[in-house]
Design a protein around this ligand. Structure first.
Ligand code: ADP
Ligand code: MG
Length: 285
């Protein structure tokens, strides 16, 4: 089977320079993102996640190596806008991303800049607001909405540009648990229903539960790249790079250390409960 990659990062090194001292935040970094996939990137502060995010839509250009979006090199200045349209970015702070004082005007901002017909803009704005479940708030003032709602408006603004891929850099970091859950279920739905490729950067382990693929970054490189179950079952490796594991995995890990024969390859609460019950029964026999 031929892999269809929307993004290819090839041997990228990215250096920040300050006072004649340069520091490589990414070192000979390579990564392919398959079209239509849902990838979660984890890693402690300073591991290079945001640097990678900004390289994915051409906001940063590699110091060496190449980033290809849909086969187009981000170094090519002529296609800069095309790349920004293909890969939408959502950042941490929703307040910094909203530009207009009415929700629907905010969502219309991107499509207007694409120079689309008013009828097409109207349609895109309505569709985008419906897809993040915020249509009923179209005439509201973003200022009065919750953090989770504001972040969904920011996502709608990206969706209205009809991107191939959305990169979200810790979009839930400033939200409460309810807002976080809203964002995670919204992006998962956009991935499944619209086929939009999602790259979600987070440090909440639980948000990786439903990903197709989890990458763990450390010190400008990748130290794990697999399914959520595989990645989280390696508890020692995550702890070694200063990351926590989901609470369910932590519980199973401790039970296993205490001698209960449980399998740590589960993440959801239901699976964990079933696994503990199974292990307890197998002890009885
Ligand atoms: P993360 O998002 O995983 O916290 P970043 O990509 O923001 O990591 O940072 C990776 C490394 O690059 C860190 O060591 C950070 O200090 C450094 N860095 C990030 N931004 C800059 C900058 N503007 N100038 C200099 N160094 C930076
Ligand atoms: Mg960051």
């Amino acid at each position: 089977m031929i892999m269809d990659n929307i993004i290819e990062v090839k041997n990228v090194t990215y250096e920040y320079s300050e006072d004649n001292i340069s520091y490589a935040a990414l070192k000979d970094f390579s990564l392919n993102i398959e079209r239509g996939s849902f990838t979660v990137i984890l890693g402690h502060n300073g591991s290079g996640k945001s640097t990678l995010a900004k390289l994915l839509n051409g906001l940063y250009k590699p110091t060496s190596g190449d980033v290809l979006v849909d086969g187009i090199n981000t170094k090519d200045e002529k296609t800069e806008l095309e790349i920004k349209r293909k890969v939408g970015m959502v950042f941490q702070n929703p307040d910094n991303q909203l530009v207009a004082s009415i929700v629907e005007e905010d969502v219309a901002f991107g499509p207007e800049n694409l120079g689309l017909e008013p009828a097409e803009i109207r349609k895109r704005v309505d569709d985008a607001l419906k897809s993040v479940d915020m249509y009923e708030y179209r005439e509201s003032t973003p200022h009065h909405l919750s953090g989770g709602q504001k972040q969904r408006i920011a996502i709608a603004g990206i969706i209205a540009m009809q991107p191939e891929c959305i990169v979200l850099d810790e979009p839930t970091a400033m939200l409460d648990p309810k807002g976080r859950a809203e964002i995670i279920s919204t992006v998962r739905r956009l991935n499944i229903e619209k086929g939009i490729t999602v790259v979600l950067i987070t440090h909440y382990m639980e948000e990786a539960e439903n990903a197709d693929r989890v990458l763990v970054m450390n010190d400008g490189g990748i130290i794990a790249d697999s399914t959520p179950k595989e990645v989280f079952s390696n508890v020692e490796r995550l702890k070694n790079v200063g990351l926590d594991v989901p609470q369910t995995t932590e519980l199973l890990y401790r039970l296993k250390s205490a001698g209960l024969p449980v399998n740590t390859h589960v993440i959801s609460i239901k699976e964990a409960a079933d696994e503990i019950e199974r292990a307890l029964h197998s002890e009885d026999n």
